[in-house]
Structures are given as C-alpha cells and as structure tokens.
Ligand binder design. Structure first.
Ligand code: GLA
Length: 355
C-alpha cells in the first residue's frame, strides 16, 4: 500500500508515468550484465545483511594497508579473509583498496621520513616495503583480485590549479615536496603492481571528481603525466560521494574528461547524501531527488558503457553508512534502513523514467 501511495505521489509530483514500481525478482547485476559490474563496499561484519545484487566487493576497511600490516611483516588477514571467502564462495570479484593513501599509511612508512638518508634512498625503501606488501597481498587474494586502487587521493583540494598534490601526503612530504620525485615514486609503485599482477587493472581513485571542475582537471593532468611514457594508470575511479544536487551535465563532463585520457572509468564509492554539504543541518532528501541523482549517474554510465567498468555503492543500506553523524542521519543508498528497495532502485533498474 505504501508503495502504491509513493507511486501515486510521484506521479502527481512529476506528471510522469511511475507504473515502473512493481515487485521485480531480478537484480541489478543481472539487469546491468551487458553494461558494467555492480559492486558494493562491505565489511566483515555486515555480510549477513547482503542482498544478491552485486558481482564485485570492495572492503570498506579491511584491506587498507595499516589494517593488514600495521607492523612490518606482521600481517593480520582475519577480517579480510571473511570477505575474501564470501567472494570465493559466491563466485564474485574483489576490487583491491588501497596502497598509496595518506590516511592508512602504516607508521613504519611514516618513520622513514626521519631517517638520515638521501631522498633517493627513502624512495627506494618505501618501494621495497610496497613491493613486499603487495606481493604478500597478491599471494593471498590474487585469485579473486581484478583491479586495485593503487593510488588514492594524492591530488590537492586547493582552488589553486597549480597546487597539484596534497601537502599532507606523507610521501610527497618525505620526498621534499618535489613533484619530480613524487611522480617517479608513483610510477615505480604502479610498475611494481604491473610486474606482480599484469592482469589486475591499476586504478587512481579520488573524490570531488564529478562536482569539482578544478580538481577534475588536476587529476587529468596527473594521469597524463604518469602515463606519458607508459600506460601505468589504466582506470580512473571516481569515488562519487556526492549529494542529491548532482547534475547529469557534471557526470557527462566527467566521463568526457577521462575518455580523452584513454583509461577505463568506475564509480568506486557511490553514495548520494541527503544534505547539500557535510555541515548542512537541513535534510534535502526526498525519494524523487535521490532517484533523479541516481538516474543521472546510471544514464550517463550506460551511455558510456564502452569505458565504464563498474559502479560500486559505498554500503549496502541506509542502516549503516559512513555519512551518519551523531546528530545527523543520512539516507544515501538504494535500500532503506530496513533493507527495502527505495524508489531510486526501481528507476535505475528500469533505465530511467525521472524527468
Ligand atoms: C575515502 C576512502 C574510502 C573510505 C571513505 C570513507 O573515500 O577511499 O576507503 O575510507 O573515504 O569511508
């Protein structure tokens, strides 16, 4: 009954034919099988709340470097194994996440900064650790790994177009804020991943890609520089932590930018906040605006299916989202707090319908 009322009110609101909401047995992974993979970020403790919508998983926390190897050579695979085993049992694929990321760099890497050695030696030492780490992870999970966010969030958020890299990146800092050293290091990391796992697609992953033109251009510049002599970055991951105000034009411009770079593209961490920004106390969420925003993403993704390889939701349902704050609940996903499909789900599964 609630569903019928929703359909009716949306019909009145928009004048569109919303007869698209009907119980459907099929899943997003089925519906989109000729387009791109559908994924979700999961944790080792929410696998029991899963629905059968996905072909790929990203570990929300468990695969970050400081989670797996907090202390040099002391690995803890317990939580990641739970996710990996679920993937194996269900014949799914793993998106690796992540290696070079300022937020989850282990302490023993940070410590290299204080060693009394040259920058060249610091770079070599970092690369040695990364090679050890990636080889170990690949030995464990290589059977299910298809791609990897090798580098995450190295680009600066500053409005200054000439400030390319984030100043609090531990490697950039340790290498004396030299773009040349930093880019050499990034290239070498990508070469290590290529050498160990030539079949794993190497991604650069970042936020504000869709909604911030300046940042998008910086990422464009970064990938062009890294790939100048050899295509080391093969995929662009747009995290896509966006809000209901995203426009279809922004998504089109984003896809056009990366198409020019000749890399594949994935929406790697999609969730659509019900608030305008992270401080906004006022929810702007309603079923229709959420559906419209999801529809913008999926419409453009379908139109660019030759380069879009995956859309991954950052979470399973609204009961657990990293966007929740103590005094602010958010509703960014396709399933509500009880795991029921929201209107947006039906819209993207019927290829549109929101005007
Ligand atoms: C970034 C990271 C993710 C995750 C989110 C917050 O987007 O790439 O791994 O930590 O922040 O949950």
């Amino acid at each position: 009954m609630k569903k019928i009322l929703l359909v009716l009110s949306l019909f009145i609101l928009t004048g569109c034919n919303y007869s698209i909401i009907e119980e459907q047995e099929t899943t997003l992974k089925e519906i989109y099988k000729d387009y791109f993979d559908i994924g979700a970020a999961v944790t080792s403790f929410n696998l029991d709340s899963l629905n059968d919508e996905y072909t790929t998983f990203t570990a929300e926390y468990e695969m970050k470097w400081d989670q797996l190897e907090e202390t040099k050579d002391e690995y803890n695979f317990d939580s990641m194994d739970i996710i990996a085993n679920y993937i194996r049992e269900n014949d799914m694929k793993l998106r690796g996440h992540t290696i070079v990321w300022y937020q989850t760099t282990p302490e023993f890497i940070h410590d290299i900064k204080n060693l009394n050695i040259s920058i060249e030696d610091k770079i070599d030492l970092c690369l040695e650790h990364i090679e050890d780490y990636y080889q170990t992870v690949y030995d464990k999970y290589g059977d299910i790994l298809t791609c990897y966010d090798v580098v995450n969030e190295v680009i600066s958020d500053s409005n200054n177009p000439n400030e390319l890299y984030r100043s609090n990146d531990p490697y950039y800092e340790m290498f004396g804020y030299s773009e040349e050293y930093f880019e050499y290091f990034i290239k070498e990391v990508l070469k290590i991943v290529k050498e160990i796992s030539p079949n794993v697609t190497r991604y650069y992953n970042d936020y504000f890609v869709i909604t911030n033109y300046t940042k998008r251009n910086k990422i464009n510049e970064f990938i062009s520089r890294i790939n100048k002599e050899e295509k080391l970055i093969e995929g662009m991951g747009a995290q896509s932590h966006i809000t209901v105000s995203v426009t279809q034009e922004e998504v089109i411009n984003t896809l056009n930018t990366f198409r020019n770079l000749n890399v594949e593209f994935s929406f790697t961490e999609l969730d659509i906040s019900s608030y305008e920004n992270s401080y906004d106390p006022q929810v702007t969420y309603d079923e229709l605006s959420l559906a419209r925003a999801y529809n913008a993403i999926f419409t453009v993704a379908r139109d660019n299916k030759d380069i879009v390889s995956n859309i991954t939701f950052w979470g399973i349902n609204d009961s657990m989202t990293w966007l929740d704050k103590d005094d602010r609940k958010d509703y960014p996903l396709l399933f509500d707090v009880n795991g029921n499909k929201k209107y947006a789900y039906y819209v993207i599964s019927k290829f549109g319908g929101v005007s």
